[in-house]
Design a protein around this ligand. Structure first.
Ligand code: ZN
Length: 358
């Protein structure tokens, strides 16, 4: 779809539920004949969900970027006009993968959806599907396709100790078990939204290696993708939760070293690798900005740093891009705890280097 196509679509109602509601709602069928100057008819309980019978029901979806980009999450804002009641619930998928949803207005007419596009996908477009329930329990369905363009990612050769390129058998068995442990956590996200507002930086330090780089270790032929964002740091530097949620995993792992995984609900996770110390335990509730551990150089690294990654809908997203996403209009947002200057979601641009690996 061209940009023009998207603009043309915005403002139109493509929702089967909407069309149905416009013809079956008590606000239009029970009100009887009305004179042109009779003013709006209010149906249902007065207050937040008043429906204006003289307003054509309309639903619009505004993506935070068009086209979508591979490897990057995207915010969609769903807005229903006053021809609709509000929605009491909403679930979503993007490209068939679960997306996170949040009510951003008390009347249920404004919702935000966070979707994710896999890096290096061959798909040229992805369908956003919204399934909701109006407050009167009638259904809301909306589907729309968005174009996907390819983002630019670097290629690099990295040198690490041989034992990390071809791990000894004992280590491979250990790593295989740890992979299962992580998969078990990621397959069972908290069903409710625990995330609140914009993300915050987990450290106040600069980037040492970006997300998405195609890396070849020690000139081996098969490259691998760097699916996190490396932030500089000295051993012992504080690491803070980038989002509110629950501690899903605390583990010392072969490749990722001291590891914390936070579950933010609805399939949104953040992960923190190579830590030297933990300040949380599995099951803890954390508020964004809260201290969760310390920078270290455990696992497959060339030096102390934080490898930070974000997973949404089963695929990794660009953490720097996620931090730049404006979610500050979330009415349920919480003030980050004891957050030093420089760790708000505003990014500090810095030249990339190879000071830290994975
Ligand atoms: Zn990394």
């Amino acid at each position: 779809m061209t940009r023009t196509g998207v603009v043309m679509w915005l403002g139109l109602c493509l929702c089967a539920g909407c069309t149905e509601r416009a013809s079956t709602s008590p606000s239009s069928s029970d009100a009887g004949p009305r004179s042109p100057d009779a003013g709006p008819v209010v149906a249902g309980p007065p207050g937040a969900h008043e429906v204006r019978a003289d307003v054509v029901p309309e639903a619009r979806v505004d993506p935070s970027r068009t086209p979508l980009l591979d490897g990057k999450a995207v915010r969609f804002t769903l807005s229903l006009n006053h021809g609709h009641r509000g929605l009491s619930s909403l679930s979503a998928t993007l490209g068939g993968r679960p997306a996170a949803t949040a009510r951003f207005s008390a009347d249920g007419r404004r919702w935000v959806v966070l979707g994710n596009v896999p890096i290096a996908t061959d798909d040229k477009s992805a369908v956003l599907r919204l399934d909701g329930t109006f407050v009167d329990e009638s259904p809301f369905v909306l589907e729309k396709s968005f174009d996907i363009a390819r983002a630019a990612y670097d290629k690099r050769t990295i040198h690490v100790p041989k034992k990390y390129v071809r791990a000894p058998r004992k280590a491979r068995l250990r790593a295989a078990q740890e992979k299962k442990d992580l998969a078990r956590v990621l397959e069972a996200p908290h069903p409710e939204r625990l995330w609140r507002g914009s993300f915050v930086r987990p450290t106040a330090t600069k980037e040492t290696s970006p997300y998405g780089t195609l890396r070849t270790y020690n000139r081996r032929r098969r490259p691998s993708r760097h699916l996190g964002w490396d932030l500089d740091g000295a051993t012992g530097d504080p690491i803070r939760a980038a989002q509110s949620g629950r501690v899903a995993l605390v583990q010392d792992r072969y490749y990722s070293g001291g590891t914390v995984v936070l579950d933010h609900g609805q399939g949104l996770f953040t992960m923190y690798f190579h830590m030297s110390a933990f300040d949380v335990k599995a099951g803890d509730t954390v508020t964004k900005g809260e201290l969760i551990g310390r920078v270290g150089k455990s696992g497959r690294v060339t030096g102390p740093h934080l490898h930070f990654s974000v997973k949404l809908g089963g695929v990794y997203a660009d953490p720097a891009d996620m931090l730049a996403l404006d979610l500050s209009d979330d009415p349920d947002d919480v003030a980050p705890l004891s957050l030093p200057p420089g760790m708000r979601s505003k990014l500090t641009p810095a030249p990339a280097s190879d000071a830290g690996v994975q």
